[in-house]
Write a new protein. Structure first.
Lengths: 180, 324, 400
């Protein structure tokens, strides 16, 4: 029931793809792939649904950076993962700090670790690392160590996929390789 | 005023004795305070140095003496070093008019309490200077708090003492003691309970002790006005804090608890017993209560103590007029 | 607010003596950009008696009113997530005791649970019971230390030593099974590290009534103190909406009236077998958070009481427990447990290699602290300290 409603909300907000991971194994109820420019809108819709942003964990893959926003509801737990695939060269994503103020710190942390840029973050200074760190962002991997997101395939059964003309013109929408 | 050579010798001897008393008091009180704190907190307290840890205070003092005096950058040198001295020395004067025993007053002056109240203001001046001169924002905040707190609490304190002065009809401390008589029911704590209570609250606030230790509130301002002081500078503040405690306790004993009078054997021992009971009370509440907030502290004063003090004074005046 | 203009003494003295020597560091300058001239910028920390560790909070003061504040983190940052990526899960497990040294068992559980989920391991019954018992004992000891430290923030120095007396007993109990007294490393993938003997259970059973007695004393000693209540009641209200926007969990959220507890709502381990309540605060101010935590100690005791009685015999770790070189199967998992400070979670992505591909630790203190700036807007400095204390921060956990 919650799943149907949230799927509806995500569809309306323009999720590229919605999948249902295995709860027993993945600990997630629903996973949705969102285009970077839609993330703010999706978050504000989910805030109205009573969802909170618990965590933001980014990771680097061959296809680019995958930012995973973990959301949950306080009263009716239903853990969501919003995935945003970020272009490696641009490494920029709109900040959701205007919706979830707590995201400011999570974003700054990811910016420290991966060198991502969150456009619109109200205070874009390093949070955990020194501002004059003479090293590249510490969690970036060597190119040969990068895993392929499509090969990993941890996203689960597909529930919905955006119509091809919408997903097709998005270059980054292709990295999912769901048809394994 | 009698300005003979004898008088000066007497004052000199008295001042020396008072310095000895202040230092001895600090040594004793450090030990008592730490042992009492240990007892209240269910731990042994100092027990390593000397028998039962009795030499702890002396070792502490030696440590403070041996410490480097660290002077932070951009301080006002004159005021920075003047402040602890100014905290310590005026307290000497305050002990002069206290009648410790029947014939044991350093300076029998008819206006003893005026002298005490006038010079008590130096304490806050030193706090202000210490906070301001040490080029530290915590220091300035602590100094600002110290000034507003001391000035606020001096008023009900004076009102409480004034009620007793009305009743006794004199400013001479010895006379006030004599008028109270030997028996506890004759003491002012019985006929001026409200004044005693007001004085007790003000006494804690004036000496900057917990729960009213706002100027040095360590969880907010690290150490308030004496944040930047180490070694002897800190030791002087420490010494003057205990000396101030001792002074207000003596004044309390003289004004409300019959001074050197007791049911048997009048003498200075009664003054000391009473004063140290008050001291122990101050120590006790320090380790028991959390700290009040600054606005609450001022509210207690301006909204409760001051009106109560005025009311008490007014009632005292009417009763004296009607009865006396 | 008082119309009382404060001259920054540093600026004043600099003008007089040596102009230009005072500059402040990167964060101070960054914070100063938005400051109103004439207000004092004060650094609370990184060495400050009531930031409990090395938290640094920049505050802009107008008199004693906090106009703006910004926590500055990173003084205890150890890059745990990088360590998770370069070590095998087995090697990384002891790090979990160091992330939050006051509540390590929850972190143990979060990481071990995440690995078990991905590996499909099912710990034996006895291990599940030992996990619950150690976790609840650790929750009590964490709350006790918070209780003492919080009262100390308010100027009451004595209670922390009372709290340490009880904490000492818990340390003694947990030492029997974990072998350590602070940074426990008790859990293993598929079970726990050591079996408990009868002495352990006996000590736990003795501890429960003792702690109940002590809680009564706490009420008389601290909770009913008039100064204490005046300092806390109505200070720092944090409602559900604020918690939601900042992702705050744990006692803060429950004090706001939301019954949100991972133990109840998304049960892990065997928490669905016990009869206990999730305390929900009467008010969302500092005092409400205080009461919720004390009430949680009571509920933890209830869980302990039931758990100790029904521990089954058997092994404490699965027969084929992962070896130190164990490789995680490829995949992703997110596992959340209810720590003493809120939801502790671990997000692991594995590509099937020797070490996990990505380990993300979700520290409750991190999210809880992020709402401080909003909650402490316009309060007096002393209240800001009370709010900071009521968040129950452990800096190593915030910084990871």
């Amino acid at each position: 029931m919650t799943e149907a409603r949230i799927t509806e909300v995500l569809k309306k907000a323009g999720a590229l793809r919605i999948t249902r991971p295995d709860w027993k194994k993945n600990g997630l109820r629903l996973s949705a792939e969102i285009a970077p420019e839609k993330i703010q809108e999706v978050c504000s819709l989910l805030l109205k649904e009573g969802y909170t942003l618990l965590d933001l964990s980014a990771a680097e893959f061959q296809e680019g950076f995958l930012a995973t926003y973990h959301l949950d509801n306080f009263q009716d737990p239903f853990r969501l993962a919003l995935r945003v695939l970020i272009d490696r060269e641009k490494a920029e994503i709109p900040s959701v700090a205007s919706v979830y103020q707590g995201a400011e710190w999570h974003e700054r942390e990811s910016a420290d670790f991966f060198g991502l840029k969150f456009s619109g973050n109200p205070n874009p200074v390093p949070l955990l690392l020194p501002h004059d760190l003479p090293l590249p962002p510490p969690l970036l991997k060597k190119p040969e160590a990068l895993a392929s997101l499509s090969a990993l395939n941890f996203l689960g059964d597909e529930l919905y996929s955006a119509p091809p003309e919408k997903a097709g013109d998005e270059d980054r929408g292709k990295g999912d390789g769901k048809d394994a | 005023m009698d300005l003979s050579l004898l008088f000066f010798v007497k004052i000199l001897v008295a001042v020396l004795a008072i310095i000895a008393l202040m230092v001895a008091n600090a040594v004793v009180m450090v030990y008592v305070e730490r042992k009492a704190a240990g007892f209240i907190q269910r731990r042994p307290g100092p027990y390593e140095v000397g028998p039962w840890g009795t030499l702890q205070a002396i070792v502490d003092a030696m440590k403070l003496l041996g410490k480097q005096i660290f002077v932070p950058a951009n301080v006002d040198y004159v005021l920075f070093f003047l402040a602890p001295v100014l905290a310590f020395f005026p307290v000497l004067l305050l002990f002069l008019p206290i009648p410790f025993g029947p014939y044991l007053t350093s300076w029998e002056t008819p206006d003893g309490i005026i002298l005490i109240l006038a010079f008590a203001g130096f304490g806050v001046l030193s706090n202000l200077l210490a906070g301001w001169a040490s080029n530290n924002k915590y220091g300035v905040l602590g100094a600002a708090r110290a000034v507003s707190q001391s000035i606020a609490y001096e008023i009900p304190l004076i009102l409480a003492l004034l009620a007793v002065v009305y009743q006794a009809g004199t400013l001479d401390l010895s006379v006030i003691v004599e008028k109270q008589g030997s028996w506890p029911w004759g003491w002012n704590i019985v006929c001026q309970p409200l004044a005693f209570f007001i004085y007790l609250v003000c006494l804690v606030a004036e000496t900057n002790r917990a729960p009213f230790d706002l100027p040095e509130a360590e969880s907010e301002l690290t150490a308030g006005f004496h944040t930047e002081y180490s070694g002897m500078g800190f030791a002087l503040f420490f010494l003057s804090e205990y000396a101030n405690m001792l002074l207000v306790s003596f004044v309390c004993a003289v004004f409300f608890l019959g001074g050197y009078k007791g049911p048997i054997l009048d003498g200075f021992w009664w003054t000391f017993i009473k004063a140290y009971l008050i001291m122990f009370f101050i120590v006790w509440i320090r380790w028991t209560f959390p700290r009040v907030r600054f606005d609450q502290l001022l509210n207690i004063n301006w909204k409760w103590l001051l009106p109560l003090g005025l009311l008490n004074l007014w009632i005292t005046a009417i009763v004296i007029k009607v009865v006396g | 607010m008082p119309s009382f203009n404060f001259v920054n003494p540093v600026d004043f003295l600099n003008m007089a003596d040596s102009p230009g020597t005072y500059a402040g560091d990167f964060y101070t300058l960054n914070f100063e950009k938005n400051a109103t001239p004439g207000n004092v910028i004060l650094n609370l920390g990184p060495q400050h008696p009531s930031t409990h560790g090395v938290l640094r909070v920049l505050v802009e003061l107008y008199g004693e009113y906090v106009l703006r504040s910004e926590p500055v983190l990173g003084y205890l940052h150890r890059m745990q997530e990088k360590m998770g990526e370069v070590k095998t899960p087995y090697q990384f497990l002891p790090n979990m005791g160091r992330v939050d040294y006051l509540n390590p068992i929850s972190w143990n559980w979060a990481f071990a649970g995440a690995v078990e989920r991905l590996a499909g391991l099912e710990p034996p019954e006895r291990a599940e019971y030992l996990r619950v018992i150690s976790s609840e004992l650790n929750r009590i000891s964490s709350h006790l230390l918070w209780w003492g430290a919080f009262v100390m923030d308010l100027g009451g120095v004595t209670p922390i030593l009372y709290a340490f007396e009880e904490r000492e007993k818990i340390n003694d109990i947990l030492q029997i099974v974990t072998g350590s007294r602070l940074t426990y490393n008790y859990f293993r993938f598929g079970g726990v590290g050591a079996d408990a003997d009868s002495r352990f259970f006996q000590l736990v059973e003795e501890f429960i009534p003792y702690m109940r007695e002590r809680l009564k004393m706490y009420t008389g000693l601290v909770t009913d103190n008039v100064i204490f209540r005046r300092r806390l009641e109505g200070i720092g209200p944090m409602d559900e909406d604020l918690c939601r926007r900042y992702g705050a969990t744990g006692p803060i959220l429950r004090a706001a009236g939301v019954m949100c507890d991972a133990r109840r709502l998304s049960p892990y381990g065997i928490y669905d077998r016990f009869d206990y309540d999730i305390p929900v605060g009467p008010s969302n101010d500092c005092f409400g958070r205080y009461l919720v935590r004390l009430e949680e100690i009571r509920e933890s005791l209830r869980i302990l009481e039931q758990a100790v009685k029904s521990v089954p015999e058997g092994p404490v770790i699965v027969a084929k427990a992962p070896k130190p070189t164990y490789k995680l199967p490829a995949g992703e998992t997110y596992f959340a447990v209810e720590g003493a400070r809120g939801q502790v979670a671990c997000h692991i992505i594995s590509d099937g290699g020797k070490t996990p591909y990505r380990v993300k630790l979700r520290a409750p203190g991190f999210s809880n602290l992020s709402l401080f700036a909003e909650a402490a807007k316009g309060v007096i400095l002393a209240d800001a300290i009370a709010i900071l204390g009521s968040l129950d921060l452990v800096i190593p956990e915030v910084d990871r």
